[in-house]
Design a binder for this molecule. Structure first.
Ligand code: NI
Length: 134
């Protein structure tokens, strides 16, 4: 029987959606306000869901304190209060859309999570808009 545990976390970051292969007009048309040349910020909320079997020795699927620390060290420390386009390796050549940010987060956590667990990451860019990977 699989059980899921979820940890919520958040970070604030700036970004700009821009495809350098396109004209300014096309970038504005496709990305709208998110193409603003001087960047803009979002309060990103994420839900990291780990699914697996309960360990009978602990009664837990995964130690939430350990998961919280992992998210803090690997995601918050990397992205919180950063300009994603300018300050991070991950988005130097990758458009920092919610989809891509969520996928990058998933890959970072996936590498550090034991294989026996399933991993799902949901990222809210606004309270009404979210994307999910996994
Ligand atoms: Ni935006």
């Amino acid at each position: 029987m699989n059980i899921s545990v979820t940890r919520r976390a958040h970070f604030n970051a700036a970004h700009r959606l821009h495809n350098p292969a396109w004209t300014d007009e096309k970038n504005r048309a496709v990305f709208g306000l998110c193409n603003n040349p001087n960047y803009h910020g979002h309060n990103y909320e994420m839900e990291v869901r780990v699914t697996g079997e309960i360990d009978p020795e602990t009664g837990m699927v995964v130690d939430l304190a350990w998961l919280a620390q992992l998210i803090k060290n690997e995601i918050e420390a990397r992205f919180d209060h950063k300009n994603l386009n300018l300050d991070t390796e991950e988005f130097r050549d990758l458009i920092p859309s919610a989809e891509n940010i969520c996928l990058v987060i998933w890959r970072i956590l996936r590498e550090r999570l034991p294989e026996k667990f399933d991993l799902h990451v949901r990222l809210y860019e606004t309270p009404r808009n979210s994307v999910e990977v996994g």
